[in-house]
Design a protein around this ligand. Structure first.
Ligand code: URA
Length: 199
């Protein structure tokens, strides 16, 4: 869409609140029927780094916050390994309501909801966005590719540098891929001028 005027950092929290109010008690897609809580997003409205996941799971639906379940615990560990606290980044998803049985959001659901994510990004203006998994990568890039073809390099999306890596839920199932995910996060860290803390 159209490039929007930058919002001053001090006004970004209010701009996000206005967007949340605009979304309201959303019924724009059929995911509304099954949700307990809409999961708007969480974190610093002036974050330099943003993470985008797929959609809320059961824990997120129950709490109204993104990445608060088991995958969220691993995401927190990933953020901490980068030398950051969770409250210094911003976290959101392609869809804001839980898909039934945690299925992948259907294209009409993702295409209905993602414009609100894009507007959050336009408010926050992160320098780097990390897309977690294939669904996030697909809708951030506007095209479907294999994750393996997207990892390990820098893409552009919505005025930010976009890094694609594995979804933490996938890393819980196959921890051998954590090394690869860490390599991706190091690309993001280099772009942000961050050094990993020494343990
Ligand atoms: N998985 C996601 O993609 N997003 C969440 O918020 C939680 C789990």
């Amino acid at each position: 869409g159209e490039a929007s005027k930058p919002i001053a950092p001090k006004n970004r929290a209010a701009a996000l609140e206005a967007l949340r109010a605009e979304i309201g008690d959303c019924t724009r897609c059929t995911l509304a029927a099954g949700r307990h809580n809409l999961v708007f997003g969480d974190g610093d409205p002036t974050a330099r780094l943003m993470f985008v996941g797929e959609g809320p799971g059961a824990d997120e639906d129950a709490q109204g916050l993104p990445f608060v379940g088991r995958a969220g615990q691993l995401l927190n560990n990933m953020i901490n390994a980068m030398g950051l606290r969770r409250d210094q980044v911003y976290i959101a998803n392609i869809v804001k309501c839980r898909p039934p049985q945690n299925r992948v959001p259907a294209p009409d659901e993702a295409n209905t909801c993602a414009p609100f994510l894009f507007r959050q990004i336009d408010v926050i203006r992160p320098e780097v966005i990390v897309a977690l998994g294939s669904t996030a990568a697909t809708y951030m890039l506007g095209a479907k590719s294999l994750l393996s073809a997207l990892r390990g390099r820098i893409h552009q999306a919505r005025g930010a540098k976009l890094i694609v890596t594995y979804h933490p839920a996938y890393l819980l199932r196959d921890p051998r891929q954590k090394k690869e995910a860490w390599a991706d996060l190091q690309i993001a860290m280099a772009e942000l001028g961050l050094k990993a803390p020494t343990k």
